[in-house]
Design a protein around this ligand. Structure first.
Ligand SMILES: Nc1ncnc2c1ncn2[C@@H]1O[C@H](COP(=O)(O)OP(=O)(O)O)[C@@H](O)[C@H]1O
Ligand SMILES: [Mg+2]
Length: 454
């Protein structure tokens, strides 16, 4: 049996945290970008183009096509990819990988890509389940002796009365449900539902004003004003979003007869059979109206680092029936396609390039850089002095925006240690001595290399 281990792939989360201030493209009702909106500043033309892309996606006219953001580092290529995903809705999956990431020692390149692709497509599934739902009117928990420890008592069975505006049912439940009731500390006044088939108990909230129920001034439970209505025993629609990758892992794990593998990745490749059966399962759900596809964004940064095999894989993905929204980014002009002598615009083969809408992004003015830094400072909840902001804007203009944004956190920690209320230019100076930008770090290594060569 194959060994299954978790591989931490948190790149998407890291990317999202660097861009957490971005809420959307910041467009008005005519799809025109507002100067500062949705967490975005400037880059008006590119945002307008991205807005058109969102329209095309919504109309289903982007199938078979992708997007390429082209521009120097720190001009918001990743930020705009995140903004497109946000604009498409909160459920939209966003997966970010770097071109270099596919050259992993353990997994085939196309497998890395395939996984990223399948993480970036969601399936919203509707399920009707038989449940008992209502407000707890009465609950009696019977305790029994622990089978091995005569001094301990454990929950045995329970009798529970659930009520709605229109109905009231008393049920008795066995040990498994009882122990959940105890763990969730279910009491009079709680709004709960119990899945009739699986016996899983869910606590929804607490309803105000139930007789003989106790209420506290501070309570983390959601308070509801009204009793639920309708019958206690009912069909409940449950909506869940899975990614294709979740389903692949689930089906694969069943074949390995290892249960509950959600959130765990297979180190080994996933069988093509598994993916085929997931696809046909999803297709069945779609036909039966039980499911709905939620296309997400697959963002590939430094796309010039991909090779021919990867590019032709992506071209095929664009043609396939289930495909995410593919967004590539690069800061290269004409360059060699990796692993070949062929020169191509952005190092991307023409047959893929033909399918990409290219959106250029341009460097920011100092004023725009200032505004972006201010938005980030607010997002990270750090206090920045006026002079500090000017200093960071200089760094943003002379080094890179990303570097300036990244200095905010360490500068604030230094400021706090020095008992400064806000980040001062000196705190930034200190932070930039401790943490250098990539240009400096590359230069440093070169110097060392030259010394060692002598
Ligand atoms: N127009 C913008 N508005 C707001 N924040 C931006 C904008 N452009 C870039 N940023 C932020 O600046 C930082 C660097 O930008 P990034 O998108 O990583 O640039 P690139 O991907 O082109 O190298 C990120 O934190 C990003 O969210
Ligand atoms: Mg980037």
């Amino acid at each position: 049996m194959s060994e299954i281990r978790e591989i931490k792939s948190t790149r998407s989360e890291i990317v999202l945290s660097l861009h957490s201030h971005i809420r959307g493209l910041g467009l008005d009702s005519n799809m025109e970008p507002k100067p500062v909106a949705g967490g975005l500043v400037g880059q008006i033309e590119a945002r307008k183009a991205a807005g058109v892309v969102v329209d095309l996606i919504r109309q289903g006219k982007m199938t078979g096509k992708g997007i390429l953001f082209v521009g120097p580092p720190g001009t918001g290529k990743t930020a705009l990819a995140v903004a497109i995903a946000r604009e498409l809705g909160e459920d939209t999956p966003f997966v970010a990988i770097d071109g270099a990431e596919i050259y992993s020692a353990e997994i085939k390149k196309t497998e890395v890509l395939m996984r990223a692709v399948r993480k970036a497509i969601g399936v919203k599934v509707r399920e009707l389940r038989k449940v008992y739902e209502g407000v707890v009117k009465n609950i009696k928990i019977g305790f029994v002796k622990h089978p091995f420890n005569p001094y301990a008592r454990i929950p045995g069975e329970a009798r529970i009365t659930l009520e709605t505006k229109d109905d009231s049912i008393t049920i008795s439940v066995g040990e498994e449900i009882t122990s959940q009731l105890v763990q969730l500390r279910i009491k009079r006044g709680d709004h709960i539902w119990i899945d009739a088939e699986t016996g899983i108990v869910h606590k929804v909230g607490r309803v105000k004003g139930v007789e003989e129920a106790k209420y506290y001034d501070i309570d983390s439970t959601r308070i509801e004003e009204e009793m639920p209505s309708g019958p206690v025993k009912r069909d409940k629609e449950i909506v869940r979003v899975f990614t294709f990758n979740d389903l692949d892992l689930y089906v694969a794990s069943q074949r390995f007869s290892i249960t509950s593998l959600f959130g765990v990745e297979l180190e080994k490749e996933i069988d093509e059979d598994v993916r085929k059966s997931v696809n046909s399962m999803v297709k069945k759900w779609l036909e039966e109206g039980k499911g709905e596809i939620v296309p997400g964004v697959l963002f590939i940064d430094d796309a010039h680092l991909l090779d021919l095999e990867a590019f032709s894989f992506l071209t095929k993905v664009l043609e396939s029936e289930f495909s995410p929204i593919l967004i590539l980014a690069t800061n290269r002009g004409v360059t060699r396609i990796r692993g070949t002598d062929i020169e191509a615009p952005h190092g991307i083969p023409l047959d893929l390039l033909d399918r990409l809408l290219i959106i250029p992004v341009k460097p920011y003015t100092r004023e725009e850089i200032k505004q972006i830094i201010l938005i980030r400072a607010e997002e990270e909840e750090v206090q920045l002095s006026k002079e500090g902001l000017e200093r960071l804007a200089d760094i943003g203009a002379n080094h890179s925006l990303r570097y300036a944004v990244q200095l905010l956190r360490p500068a604030y920690i230094i400021a706090e240690r020095r008992k400064h209320q806000e980040i001062t230019p000196e705190d930034i100076e200190e932070a930039s001595k401790l943490f250098i930008d990539t240009k400096q770090s590359v230069k440093l290594i070169k110097q060392f290399e030259e010394q060692f060569m002598k």
